[in-house]
Design a protein around this ligand. Structure first.
Ligand code: PXL
Length: 286
């Protein structure tokens, strides 16, 4: 068991979707379980996420974001990581860019998850122009965590469904790093129909890594947020990019698998809660 008196702190900038586990309702429990203090800046308040559930309510909380930022700044709060996810408007992209300028320091990690699309399609509340704005935010990040659809939008390339080749994936991660972020974690990577996982790329060493696990049928909602939160948990617990991505792939896959076995509606989010003990073992916290 690791002993530590210093608690790492993350600023998590995502929406709160009341039902359908994703964004803050996933990031908060995962990061907390991993021994990381998490400050939440909500970007919106929804009754459910927007993926396949109709009739959701949506309260945009943009007007609270700068006051949150200014108050945190006045308290001189330091963050070990800035972690952004679902952002609902161009103004929010600008606010997050300013937040990064205000709170970036020598040692902290800026992780941007460019949440906007999956399976070749933008989520219905986003426009192609938003993807251009997201590209600009990604330029300021140390690490980005797109899926293949988001990566294609960031690179302004047409989406291509898999199976992929190693050269296709490596060209993609290198292209993404040329936008600015030195570390890339690309999700939804597969080289055959039986396995699925993530690729990592570190532009400072040129190293590419893969973690692939057996594929589970079905598209489960909120898994990108589960993955990115576990990835950040690994990084802040001192693991390398590649090891952290491996931890995140296994945690997400175990959570999906349990949800699949239970026959839960794929829109409701995955049972990550009961994978937390395995996550803590992998993080060497228990
Ligand atoms: O998991 C990504 C996500 C986060 N937040 C909201 C969403 C989505 C994806 O659809 O709708 C509100």
């Amino acid at each position: 068991m690791k002993e530590s008196t210093y608690l790492k702190r993350v600023a998590a900038i995502h929406d709160i979707s009341g039902f359908g586990k994703c964004s803050l309702t996933v990031a908060l429990p995962i990061l907390s379980a991993a021994g990381i203090e998490t400050s939440a800046m909500p970007t919106a308040l929804l009754s459910t996420h927007t993926g396949g559930i109709s009739g959701f309510t949506y309260l945009d909380t943009t007007s609270e974001m700068r006051p949150f930022m200014n108050h945190w700044k006045s308290l001189d709060i330091q963050f070990d990581a800035i972690y952004s996810g679902f952002l609902g408007s161009f103004e929010q992209l600008d606010i997050v860019k300013d937040f990064i300028d205000e709170f970036r320091n020598e040692g902290n990690i800026v992780l941007v998850d460019p949440v906007m699309a999956d399976n070749g399609e933008l989520y219905k509340i986003f426009t192609p122009e938003f993807a251009v704005g997201m590209r600009d935010l990604c330029r300021k990040a140390d690490i980005i965590v797109p899926n293949i659809t988001e990566a294609s939008l960031l690179l302004d390339r047409p989406y291509r469904p898999g199976v992929y080749t190693q050269s296709y994936i490596e060209d993609m991660v290198e292209g993404l790093s040329r936008l600015g972020p030195k570390q890339i974690v690309l999700t939804g990577v597969y080289f055959d129909d039986e396995t699925l996982g993530a690729a990592t790329y570190d532009a400072s060493t040129g190293q590419v890594g893969y973690t692939l696990v057996p594929k589970i049928p079905g598209y489960y909602h909120g898994t990108g947020d589960v993955f990115a939160s576990a990835l950040l948990s690994g990084l802040l617990n001192g693991f390398s990019l590649d090891k952290s991505a491996g931890i995140a792939v296994r945690f997400t896959a175990e959570s999906i698998n349990r949800t699949y076995m239970a026959g839960t509606d794929i829109r409701f989010g995955v049972n990550f809660e009961q994978s937390i003990p395995s996550l803590l073992k992998e993080l060497e916290l228990v």
